[in-house]
Design a protein around this ligand. Structure first.
Ligand code: FMN
Length: 147
């Protein structure tokens, strides 16, 4: 069974909820899913996975959350060729750099040689009904690349 690994950073719970939605949707596609908060893992844990997913919020003026910076730096140095990746996250459209941390991780995975399996999903604050639809579509697309 293919393994999907989801790693997330979340301060107030929005991204954690988004990660949970993706996890459930991937399980429904028949994948084995591991989900971890970003301070509990190292980037090279992704080496065991077939599908690698990051969920991240964005902080001040488009910054990465402090908690996930180390993982971001490590990720860029890995060789993740042959892996499928996807990135999701929460931000706030009030800010000019809406969900820019999602784009930063998209680039980091590409730099590590992984293959993008689905377009990133950016959620304004907490996931609502249409976001859930997009997140489930995201998971289906990722799963279709390994099933
Ligand atoms: N969201 C953005 O999209 N871009 C930003 O630059 C940004 N800066 C923020 C700065 C501060 C001080 C705070 C409190 C929030 C900021 N946000 C920004 C919004 C958060 O990303 C948003 O509240 C998100 O839902 C938090 O996710 P979490 O509940 O998983 O922690």
């Amino acid at each position: 069974m293919a393994l999907a690994k989801i790693v997330y950073a979340s301060l107030t719970g929005n991204t954690e909820e988004i990660a949970d939605i993706v996890a459930e949707a991937l399980e429904n596609e028949g994948l084995e899913v591991e989900i971890d908060e970003c301070t509990q893992v190292d980037a090279d844990d992704f080496l065991e996975a077939d599908i690698c997913v990051i969920g991240t919020y964005t902080y001040d003026e488009g910054s990465l959350p402090d908690d996930i910076v180390d993982l971001y730096e490590e990720l860029k140095e890995l060789d993740l060729s042959g892996k499928i990746y996807g990135v999701v996250g929460s931000g706030d459209t009030f800010y000019e750099m809406f969900c820019s941390a999602v784009d930063d991780f998209d680039q980091a995975f590409a730099q590590a040689g992984a293959t993008k399996g689905a377009e990133s999903v950016k959620v304004d604050l907490a996931a609502e009904e249409d976001d859930i639809v997009n997140l489930e579509k995201f998971a289906k697309e990722l799963a279709s690349k390994v099933n």
